[in-house]
Ligand binder design. Structure first.
Ligand code: SF4
Ligand code: MG
Length: 326
């Protein structure tokens, strides 16, 4: 994903340029085959918008998405139909994403049938998928969504996402609505399915412990930008961005080495319609100085793919506390 951008028009601005909310503003990252990329950040930071842009549920204003070596959406590249076969999404609300008037079997068979699979074969696929997510096909095929628990419905949603044999599954707060014990079961199911089916995940969550458990790498977003990205051990063990440190200071870790000393975050993120100049975190950052208002930090690689966008880590930035990492 390179320089992905989406600005939503907002009301107001009778004179002058039309105001926009900079929901996703030049976001770049990659996901390797077979890995789980966790995505964290406060609500409104652009996590879900990024996911919807990847799926092309909404059109980006700019930037590139390359999937399996093919550029998405260009004439010679990957068609949206093919993209949505290879890339699937599971949402938080297990009830809203299932048609209440369709049986579980019909919900699961629907996508394969749209893609030309016969009803008979699609029903067989549905039975197989239910078995994979730990629901007995004989019991569940004929049931309706309201007859299932939240955990069972989310298993059906996961099964449905897998019906077209995708390569990449985007999970947007997919376990957030579940009770803790059910959440653990569904997480373990996701890990097992990933192994069995050779999947790649983008796992979006506000729950830092869950992201720590499931992710290989972690992307931290703030106000439409990437603050920091890197291997899970680096992000949790040596968070380098003041935002990540503040975000994590509220997290209870069992590992004393992972406890960070930063002060917790105060207040809400600024309005994405009028984001701060320079570094977007500067209005809440204890290290903010003149250069932070003047210049947007350039992402720096601290080594091992641990990348942070903060003037503290750029010895050429002119920030008085800048360490010499280069
Ligand atoms: Fe804080 Fe400046 Fe770093 Fe932004 S660039 S996080 S304001 S020190
Ligand atoms: Mg969201």
């Amino acid at each position: 994903v390179g320089n992905l951008t989406k600005h939503f028009p907002v009301r107001g601005g009778l004179t002058g340029p039309k105001p926009v909310a900079r929901a996703v503003d030049g976001v770049s990252f990659s996901v390797a085959k077979g890995e789980t990329l966790g995505v964290v950040g406060e609500s409104g930071c652009g996590k879900s918008t990024t996911a919807r842009l990847l799926m092309r549920l909404i059109e980006p204003d700019g930037g590139d998405i390359v999937f399996d070596g093919e550029t998405v959406g260009t004439r010679s590249g990957l068609s949206l139909r093919e993209l949505r076969r290879r890339m699937q999404m599971v949402f938080q609300d297990s009830y809203a994403s299932l048609n209440p008037r369709l049986t579980i079997a019909d919900s699961l068979a629907f996508a394969p049938m749209v893609h030309g699979v016969s009803r008979r074969d699609a029903t067989a696929v549905a039975g197989d998928l239910l078995g994979r997510v730990g629901l007995d096909p004989g019991t569940f095929m004929g049931r309706y969504p309201h007859e299932l628990s939240g955990g069972q419905r989310q298993r059906v949603n996961i099964a449905r996402a897998l019906a077209l044999r995708p390569r990449l599954v985007i999970l947007d707060e997919a376990v957030s609505a579940l009770d803790k014990s059910v959440e653990a079961q569904v997480l373990n199911l996701l890990v097992e399915l990933k192994r069995q089916l050779d999947l790649t995940y983008i796992f979006i969550s506000h729950d830092l412990n869950v992201v720590h458990y499931i992710s290989d790498r972690v992307l931290v977003m703030y106000l439409g930008k990437v603050a920091e990205v890197g291997p899970v051990e680096a992000i949790y063990g040596r968070p380098a961005h003041p935002y990540t440190r503040a975000l994590f200071s509220a997290r209870l870790s069992m590992d004393p080495d992972e406890r960070t000393a930063a002060a917790p975050l105060q207040g809400d993120p600024p309005n994405p319609i009028n984001p701060p100049s320079g570094c977007r975190f500067r209005t809440r950052c204890p290290h903010a100085t003149g250069v932070c208002a003047e210049r947007e930090p350039v992402p720096m690689d601290l080594g091992g793919g641990h990348i942070v966008a903060c003037h503290l880590h750029d010895s050429a930035s002119g920030h008085p506390e800048a360490h010499a990492y280069a």
